[in-house]
Design a binder for this molecule. Structure first.
Ligand SMILES: [Fe+2]
Ligand SMILES: [Fe+2]
Length: 382
């Protein structure tokens, strides 16, 4: 049965479809102009996407409950947004993923007030080509808020990160954000499986892009970067809240699909002395939360597709999102935001497209989190 929309929604979708039709044949410069124009027109007419309304409303409710940085009623949210895992192909091959990341840029640009920054979580390209990365860069340049970039394996293994770094700079860096020390890691290094096999760069990239094979090695942060992390954190008091961004989960979830970081235990040991640590990761394309010791982990949504949950290794804290309609491109995909609390931990809103947003508070992870606990009920419907 066709979805029923209100007149505002019908008008919004009609406008959006008209612009998307034009996008199919335009060059990149025109493409961005059109994308910005859709948003501008929607704003001017009060026709924001229905699901963006929900996102903003939830953010306001959060502030009223006082879990922003100061706890004061009505103070501006202290937050950042994210967009991740767009997996862009060249436009001639795939339009769907382009539409999805443009939708996410529109979502984030509609936030009022704007987030302090937008994390891009990696896998901007599908097969790491300059054309794919450049298209992604241009689309993300349409964001109003500053963007913090993270690299994914799909961006890296065609030319070992050369083009990505030329566009976005070093993949490992840290910054301080309103009392929180934040670190962006490159967590998808692999041991050399390609030289001995005489693989071309394309074969290497294709191999890494396939999750379920016996050829590639497992992702790792690597010794050199772990040393860098130790040195970076050495100057930070253990009472300072730490926020780590990594593309792969910094724990061992499911090895066969590379939902896994080989040296996760070593990285967790470096983070252990700190009172409050949050790790936000991409790559798994699903709502995913975990707590190990002092560390809260959140997986983020993809704009391109939702991965199924792995058949084993799922953290007990994770309540699985249910993809009810696989024929809806956007079902199970989305973007989201994180709000910092007075204690330095973060709460998150999963902005699942075509569903109600889902809020997960750090308290849930802290009060339920233990690797010794039996699995929680695994399915919820939205
Ligand atoms: Fe991905
Ligand atoms: Fe990935």
């Amino acid at each position: 049965m066709a979805a029923r929309h209100t007149s505002v929604e019908t008008k919004y979708y009609a406008d959006r479809d008209r612009v998307l039709k034009k996008l199919r044949n335009c060059d990149r410069r025109t493409f961005l102009k059109l994308s910005a124009a859709t948003m501008g027109a929607a704003l001017a007419k009060g026709l924001m996407p229905p699901h963006t309304f929900q996102l903003v409303d939830v953010a306001r409710a959060a502030v009223e409950k006082g879990w922003d940085s100061t706890g004061a009623q009505g103070s501006p949210p202290f937050r950042f947004a994210y967009i991740s895992d767009a997996h862009l192909y060249e436009r001639t091959l795939n339009q769907r993923f382009v539409r999805a990341i443009v939708k996410a840029v529109d979502d984030v640009n509609a936030l009022d007030p704007q987030p302090d920054f937008v994390l891009y979580g990696g896998d901007l390209a599908q097969l790491g080509s300059p054309a794919q990365l450049e298209m992604g860069r241009q689309i993300l340049s349409g964001l109003k808020a500053p963007v913090k970039m993270m690299v994914g394996e799909h961006d890296w293994f065609l030319d070992m990160g050369e083009k990505w770094q030329e566009m976005f700079g070093a993949p490992t860096y840290s910054f301080d954000w309103k009392g929180i020390h934040a670190v962006v890691l490159m967590s998808v290094y692999e041991k050399d499986f390609w030289t001995a096999r005489k693989m071309t760069p394309e074969q290497r990239m294709q191999t890494v892009a396939g999750l379920d094979n016996a050829v590639q090695s497992r992702f790792e942060v690597g010794e050199q970067q772990r040393e860098w992390l130790k040195n970076d954190l050495a100057k930070v008091p253990t009472t300072t809240p730490i926020l780590i961004f990594s593309h792969s989960p910094l724990y061992k979830y499911y090895r066969n699909w590379n939902f896994w970081t080989e040296d996760a235990d070593e990285v967790q040991a470096i983070l252990k002395p700190y009172d409050k640590v949050t790790v936000i990761h991409a790559h798994t394309h699903q709502m995913l939360f975990n707590r190990i010791g002092n560390i809260n982990f959140y997986g983020v949504l993809s704009t391109a597709w939702p991965w199924p949950y792995a058949p084993e290794g799922l953290p007990p804290l994770t309540v699985q999102m249910n993809r009810a309609d696989p024929f809806d491109q956007f079902d199970g995909c989305g973007d989201g935001q994180f709000t910092a609390r007075a204690d330095g931990l973060v709460d998150t809103i999963y902005n699942l497209w075509d569903r109600n947003p889902v809020t997960v508070k750090a308290d849930y992870l802290i009060s339920h989190g233990s690797v010794d606990q039996p699995p929680a009920p695994q399915f919820a419907s939205y």
